[in-house]
Design a protein around this ligand. Structure first.
Ligand code: MF3
Ligand code: CO
Length: 269
């Protein structure tokens, strides 16, 4: 009863989610050389969709229908620039410029199973304060992931993320959480980016979750943009977002997505 609908998967299902996660991780490496001033976010979206289909998989965000809503997400990527936190819509009018930070979020479906991942890129040079925002958010993700062991409390993940971010003058976005992932893009449980140590249900082995801290340079409040999708920081401050698909393991978390293809590609540009 406690785990009703939770994203607990069989070892066979996890193998397929891992395959989807590999395609997704390679996609991010493939995108790196295109993430330059002058490209539109719609072009990035098209490059991503072609890559995923060439790999024999499907873009999971495309036609995604939020629960209880009568609309579908029309693109492969979410591309969120500067003060946009998540769910930025690709557009031929949005042209990347040097000095921006760009969060790319994508999901891949393979044989009905999903993986989810996000990374925030600096376009050209950004000031040290912005580099610190990116580093803190990525570190916060790693701190959260380290808690994903069987028997830990769900609140341990959010606590690890939030308590790390609080050491800096940054804020964790309110109302945005990670989630179970696998047979669907979004499954129970929600995985909050704040929490109390030892609080909440215990994590079972083979639970697959997307852990995804969003961190603001300013205050934590968010607001919805006019297109009904994009979420922005209310104070207009910059936001970063990193996400991995993770399996709760008996002794250690298993991270299915990887930033290695990104790091390798960044070393060559
Ligand atoms: N990547 C988002 C998440 O991590 C989901 C995108 S929803 C969509 O939860 F509508 F953009 F597809
Ligand atoms: Co997600």
């Amino acid at each position: 009863m406690k785990y009703d609908g939770w994203a607990i998967h069989t070892e066979q299902e996890i193998q397929i989610i891992a395959e989807a996660a590999k395609i997704l991780s390679r996609l991010f490496g493939h995108l790196v050389p295109f993430l330059r001033p002058g490209i539109s976010t719609a072009e990035l979206d098209q490059i991503a969709e072609e890559f995923i289909r060439r790999e024999g998989a499907e873009p999971a965000f495309k036609d995604y229908q939020p629960p209880f809503e009568d609309r579908k997400y029309p693109y492969t990527l979410c591309v969120s620039i500067d003060s946009e936190v998540v769910h930025g819509l690709p557009s031929p009018q949005r042209i990347l410029q040097a000095g921006q930070i760009v969060s790319v979020d994508c999901g891949v479906r393979l044989a009905g199973l999903h993986a989810d991942m996000a990374y925030t890129f600096a376009i050209g040079a950004v000031p040290p304060s912005v580099q610190r925002l990116l580093w803190v958010t990525e570190q916060a993700l790693l701190r959260g992931i380290a808690q994903a062991k069987a028997g830990a409390a769900l609140g341990d993940i959010g606590h690890a993320i939030h308590s790390f971010v609080k050491n800096y003058t940054f804020a964790v976005a309110d109302n945005l959480t990670g989630h179970g992932v696998g047979r669907a893009m979004h499954m129970p449980p929600d995985v909050p980016n704040t929490g109390q140590r030892g609080k909440g249900p215990r994590l079972p082995e083979r639970l697959v979750i997307a852990i995804e801290p969003m961190v603001h340079m300013g205050k934590r409040a968010t607001c919805k943009g006019v297109d009904g999708w994009v979420v922005c920081t209310r104070d207009g401050s910059l936001a970063a977002h990193y996400e991995h698909t993770v399996v709760v393991g008996r002794n250690a978390p298993r991270v299915l997505t990887s930033f290695d293809p990104i790091y390798k590609a960044l070393a060559h540009v």
